[in-house]
Design a protein around this ligand. Structure first.
Ligand code: URA
Length: 408
């Protein structure tokens, strides 16, 4: 009985593979109601899962759809995933860097929900850019230019699509077993041989403590072992927005600035170098020092930027048509001092209020709005200095400056 399975998890007992398989597949088939699945998800969120249960859940997720296979097309397929953050446009930067170093990249990304943005929304701010490539188109493009960044196909882990939507509205997004099986099932079904996970920690992330991040890391590495996939993790800060821009077209511009060597001195640049170096090292089986040299070379010689332009063109985009709103408000310092904090969560909320993100899945995004920070942590400021520019269309009440910045 359905209710017996919910009760078993409520009491903190271990579910069998068959129970997990039966329950989740019945939900996918429409034979279990949202409120019953929400009850089970909440019981999982509160009582956790054993490793065996997480392995079972991951398998049920993978088996719910197609599993892509790039054997004979790509020698070693390295994939990367971020658990999500504010201003996280790393994929736009690292995919072209890694591909230009000779490691093919097939990246299937998602949309943003809540305060965290999604790569697919950012790319759709480029007029004409297609994010719905078919399996055949993905294979043709990877053979031709060695890089694809597209949306997840409908058949890739369909179970995750329905469960994630329900988690989002049932307060069960930050469960470590649910995050691990959601992400790992998509990476494994997507055909990755090696996987790099960027686990974000901080007030703008799903996880807020190092202990949680380390537990998620351990669990993902264990799942990888079962499928003979090498998994590496990086734990990175999400108390401060990543880079200067939050909002779709603005983030594409910022990614291009890094690829053109215009911006090389901030948390975004450092993380992009670390992620791409690790991916190149994993993909080519070379040391991180050697990989770093290749990454820097590709950036300095403009190869990574050229690869980005090639990607945009191949997927039908016109990079000249990137629209950023002309309506600009500024946030100015109200005292002299040093910037001690730029609050990721508050900026995430502000970007959603402007229309750059979604509150609900059906919401339409305004690609041209967002925020450009003009100062970083540690910068000295005087009263009246501009700290951030707000690109808007609809009028909103700006939050109090003290919630966004701490100046000491
Ligand atoms: N990203 C995912 O794809 N799934 C999660 O559960 C959390 C972040």
């Amino acid at each position: 009985m359905i209710v017996d399975i919910i009760n078993k998890k409520r009491l903190g007992e271990e579910l069998t593979y068959n129970e997990i398989d039966k329950f989740f597949n019945a939900y996918l088939d429409g034979n279990i109601k949202d409120y019953q699945m929400s009850a089970l998800l909440m019981a999982i969120c509160i009582n956790g899962m054993t490793d065996e249960e997480v392995f079972a859940l991951t398998k049920v997720f993978i088996d719910s759809g197609e599993v892509l296979d790039f054997d004979g097309i790509i020698d070693t397929m390295v994939d990367k995933h971020s658990t999500g953050g504010i201003g996280d446009k790393t994929t736009l930067v690292i995919a072209p860097i890694v591909a230009s170093c000779g490691v093919p990249v097939v990246k299937m990304s998602g949309r943003g929900l809540g305060y965290t943005g999604g790569t697919i929304d950012k790319l759709e701010s480029i007029k004409g850019y297609r994010t719905d490539l078919t399996d055949e188109e993905i294979i043709a493009q990877i053979k031709k230019i060695g890089i694809v960044v597209t949306g997840q196909t409908a058949d890739l882990v369909p179970m995750d699509k329905v469960i994630y939507a329900l988690r989002d509205v049932s307060g069960t997004v930050s469960s470590i077993p649910l995050i691990a099986s959601s992400i790992m099932s998509k990476k494994i079904a997507g055909g990755a041989d090696k996987i790099l996970i960027d686990i974000k920690v901080g007030n703008g992330a799903l996880l807020t403590t190092m202990e949680e991040a380390e537990e998620l890391s351990r669990l993902m590495i264990e799942i990888g072992k079962i499928y003979q996939k090498e998994v590496k993790t990086i734990i990175s800060d999400m108390n401060t927005p990543l880079g200067y821009c939050i909002g779709n077209a603005l983030e594409v511009e910022e990614a291009m600035d890094i690829l053109r060597g215009k911006e090389i001195n901030n948390n975004l640049y450092d993380l992009c170098i670390e992620l791409s170096t690790t991916m190149v090292s994993m993909g080519k089986g070379i040391s991180k020092d050697e990989a770093l040299e290749e990454v820097k070379n590709s950036l300095n010689k403009g190869r990574a930027y050229q690869k980005f332009l090639e990607l945009v063109k191949a997927q039908g985009g016109n990079i000249e048509q990137l629209e950023v709103s002309d309506n600009i408000l500024t946030i100015k310092a109200d005292k002299n001092g040093t910037i001690n904090k730029i609050d990721a969560l508050e900026f995430g909320k502000l970007s959603v209020a402007l229309g750059a993100g979604r509150v609900e899945k059906k919401d339409k995004i305004d690609f041209s709005v967002g925020i450009r920070l003009t100062k970083s942590i540690g910068d000295k400021v005087k009263i009246g200095d501009v700290l951030a520019k707000i690109y808007y269309h609809k009028k909103i009440d700006l939050p109090n400056i003290d919630t966004l910045f701490e100046i000491i």
